[in-house]
Design a binder for this molecule. Structure first.
Ligand code: ADP
Ligand code: MG
Length: 269
């Protein structure tokens, strides 16, 4: 069954939650790597001034001559700004701390909320033939995150399996609603994924129950377990799928990718 409502071209997904440390970057890197394993061509856009996705995918700061900042605010050649990673089929537009000033600089720009939307839809992008673009959002609901949501077909929300996990979710949903009203009518919620899940911990189970009660089938069946291999992988500059391919974390991210692919069936070969 194909989804004809979606335009031709890559499916663009924002990975967003205004809380820090909930697993946005980890999910961006490893979902991207897992989608690549399933034969998809994937671009990661690092939209966090901390540049953790860039570091985690092995892009040294010295190699970040052009970044997401230039993508938003300068006229740049995509072939110069899109970098390969050690994973064939997985590419990235990196970020540096320069991006932290973009939020302010964008305010005076007439197209401030649409800059990323327009940048990702320039015709030169067609040459790369990406199937998916994953945007790693900063831990805030600022203009960068709004740019990501305006540019995206959907939002994927990592939810850390800890106390207060659901707190703040209503604010995120409100932002999604505002974006729908102001510039991206068709923005969908791809799903909510439980991260750092600990099966032996009652609290994890309670958070899962709450999430499933409140959000129903928006919550992915796959839970990402707390797994030390997942947290070690970035310091080896690779996805956990390469660092320890049989680890629980790698297996879980493959299952998540499969769910995403199933939801977007026309992308499955
Ligand atoms: P965010 O991008 O939302 O700030 P990160 O993806 O950087 O969050 O994750 C925060 C921290 O938690 C990082 O140190 C990361 O390595 C660790 N982490 C994320 N997911 C897992 C997991 N499944 N198991 C163990 N550690 C994890
Ligand atoms: Mg992050």
């Amino acid at each position: 069954m194909s989804d004809l409502s979606r335009p031709i071209g890559p499916k663009i997904i924002s990975i967003a939650n205004q809380k820090g440390g909930v697993g946005k970057t980890t999910t961006t890197i490893n979902l991207a790597a897992a989608l690549v394993e399933f034969g998809q061509k994937v671009l990661v856009v690092d939209l966090d001034p901390q540049g953790n996705a860039s570091t985690g995918l092995g892009i040294e700061v010295e190699s970040r001559a052009l970044t997401t900042y230039d993508l938003l605010l300068d006229d740049v050649d995509l072939s110069e700004i899109i970098l390969p990673t050690i994973t064939p089929g997985l590419m990235i537009i990196p970020a540096t701390i320069d991006l932290s000033s973009a939020d302010i600089e964008l305010i005076s720009n007439e197209k401030r909320s649409f800059l990323l939307h327009d940048a990702l839809r320039q015709t030169a992008m067609d040459l790369f033939q990406f199937d998916y673009i994953l945007i790693d959002c900063p831990p805030s609901l600022n203009l960068l995150t709004v740019n990501a949501m305006i540019a995206s077909h959907s939002v994927l929300v990592p939810l850390q399996s800890e106390f207060f996990a659901l707190e703040g979710l209503s604010q995120l949903m409100l932002t999604i609603r505002e974006v729908r009203q102001t510039g991206n009518r068709d923005l969908r919620i791809e799903g909510v994924v439980l991260t750092m899940y600990d099966q032996r911990n009652n609290l994890s189970m309670q958070v899962e129950q709450d999430a499933r009660d409140n959000l129903g089938n928006l919550v992915f069946a796959t839970r990402i377990p707390r797994n030390v291999r997942v947290s070690e992988a970035p310091s080896f500059a690779m996805p956990v799928l390469s660092y320890d391919t049989g680890s629980k974390g790698a297996v879980a991210y493959r299952a998540l990718a499969q769910e995403v692919l199933t939801k977007n069936t026309q992308k499955v070969a």
